[in-house]
Design a protein around this ligand. Structure first.
Ligand code: SAM
Length: 322
C-alpha cells in the first residue's frame, strides 16, 4: 500500500468518463461554450481495466463516476456494465441530472444506489444564467424518478454571491422535504478562477455566511462524518441533514484520500496541483507489466497532494471531474 508521511493513501477514485458537458456553468468554463469530448478518450474497456488495476495498485475502495457530464458519454453503458463485479465497497455518480430520467435504467442495472445531482438554483431564469444549457424541469423530474427507483440523492449547490444566494433556503427546504441531502460547495479557485482573484472573491460565499443564513430559520448541530469526508455535516432536528464542502474555510487536504483519472488517461493526485501522470497506455498492458509501472506513478501522484490547504489550480474541473 502506498502511504505518505501524513498517513494519507488513495482510497477513493474519481473517474471522468468524458470531458464533454451539456452545460457551460459560469464558474466552471469562462466563455459560455459547452464542452466537447477531448481527443483520445479511453475506451470503456480500457477505463474499466484501469479501475481494476488501480483497485489493486492503489487500494481503491470507492469509485465515483463524473465528468464533464458522465451521462452524455457514449461509453456510459459499456463502462457501467463492467464495474459492478470488481468488489468495490461503493460506486456512485455525479451528474447535472439533465439526462437522468433517460439513463436511469443503465444506472440501476449497474447497481448504483446513490448519486449526486448538481443543481444551483430552483429559479428557471437563474438556472439558464448559471448553467447556460439544459432545462430545470428535466433535472427535477430526473431526481423524482431516481428517488422513486430507490436511489439516494445528494444535491450539490455552489452558492455564488449575486447569482443564487437567494436560493440557499428554497433549495435547502426543497431537499429536506424530499429526503435529498443538500451539499453546499464553497466556490473553488479552479480553471479561470485560479487566475482571477477578483472574480473569485466577488462570488465566493463562505461556510460561516451559509451557516448564519440557515441559522436565521433553523437550529442545527454538527453531525458525524467519516474521517476522510470532505464535507462538514449538520443535522436539523426532525428535518434532515445538510453538508458544506468548505475547501476554503475548513481545508481537508490533511485527510484527502482522492485520486482522479481523466477520460484521456491522466492521473491527478491533487486538484490543486498542475502535475499529472499519463497511465492510459498501461491499461492495454497485461497486469504483471502494468502494475509495477502504475505503482511508481502513484507514488508521484500521492506526492502531489497539498500539505494543508487547497490553493487553487489552473485545471478546469470538467477535465478531472470535481
Ligand atoms: N457534470 C457533472 C455535474 O454537473 O455534477 C459532473 C462534473 S462537475 C465538474 C462536478 C461538480 O463540480 C459540480 O457539482 C460543479 O458544481 C462543481 N464545480 C465545478 N467548478 C467548480 C468550482 N470552481 N468551484 C466549486 N465547484 C465547482
Amino acid at each position: 500500500m502506498i502511504v505518505d508521511r501524513q498517513g494519507r493513501r488513495f482510497r477513493n477514485l474519481r473517474i471522468s468518463l468524458t470531458s464533454a458537458c451539456n452545460y457551460a456553468c459560469t464558474y466552471c468554463v469562462p466563455d459560455g461554450k459547452r464542452l466537447v469530448a477531448a481527443q483520445n478518450e479511453l475506451s470503456a474497456d480500457a477505463m474499466a481495466r484501469g479501475v481494476e488495476y488501480l483497485i489493486e495498485a492503489a487500494g481503491i475502495e470507492r469509485l465515483r463516476i463524473t465528468g464533464g457530464e458522465p451521462l452524455v458519454s457514449p461509453r456510459l453503458e459499456g463502462f457501467m456494465s463492467r464495474i459492478g463485479r470488481m468488489g468495490l465497497s461503493d460506486i456512485s455518480l455525479t451528474t447535472n441530472g439533465q439526462l437522468l430520467a433517460r439513463k436511469l435504467p443503465i444506472l440501476l442495472d449497474a447497481g448504483i444506489r446513490r448519486i449526486n445531482v448538481s443543481l444551483d438554483t430552483l429559479d428557471p431564469g437563474a438556472f439558464r444564467a448559471i448553467a447556460r444549457g439544459g432545462d430545470l424541469n428535466a433535472v427535477l423530474d430526473g431526481m423524482e424518478q431516481a428517488r422513486a427507483a430507490g436511489i439516494r440523492i445528494k444535491v450539490n449547490m455552489v452558492p455564488l454571491r449575486g447569482q443564487n444566494l437567494d436560493q440557499v433556503m428554497p433549495l435547502l427546504e426543497y431537499c429536506l422535504a424530499r429526503g435529498y441531502e443538500l451539499r453546499f460547495i464553497e466556490l473553488m479557485r479552479m480553471g479561470h478562477l485560479a487566475g482571477d482573484q477578483n472574480a473569485f472573491l466577488q462570488q465566493f460565499v463562505s461556510l460561516g455566511q451559509l451557516l448564519s443564513l440557515i441559522g436565521e430559520r433553523y437550529a442545527y448541530s454538527q453531525a458525524d462524518a467519516p474521517v476522510d469526508a470532505t464535507a462538514v455535516r449538520y443535522r436539523i432536528p426532525d428535518q434532515g441533514h445538510f453538508g458544506v464542502i468548505a475547501n476554503e474555510s475548513v481545508p481537508f487536504c490533511r485527510t484527502c484520500s482522492r485520486l482522479r483519472l481523466s477520460s484521456t488517461g491522466w492521473l491527478h493526485g491533487c486538484l490543486s496541483s498542475s502535475h499529472r501522470h499519463y497511465v492510459g497506455d498501461l491499461f492495454d498492458k497485461p497486469r504483471h507489466e502494468a502494475l509495477p509501472a502504475l505503482q511508481r506513478l502513484l507514488i508521484k501522484a500521492l506526492g502531489d497532494k497539498q500539505a494543508v490547504a487547497f490553493s487553487g489550480g489552473a485545471t478546469v474541473m470538467k477535465i478531472i471531474g470535481g
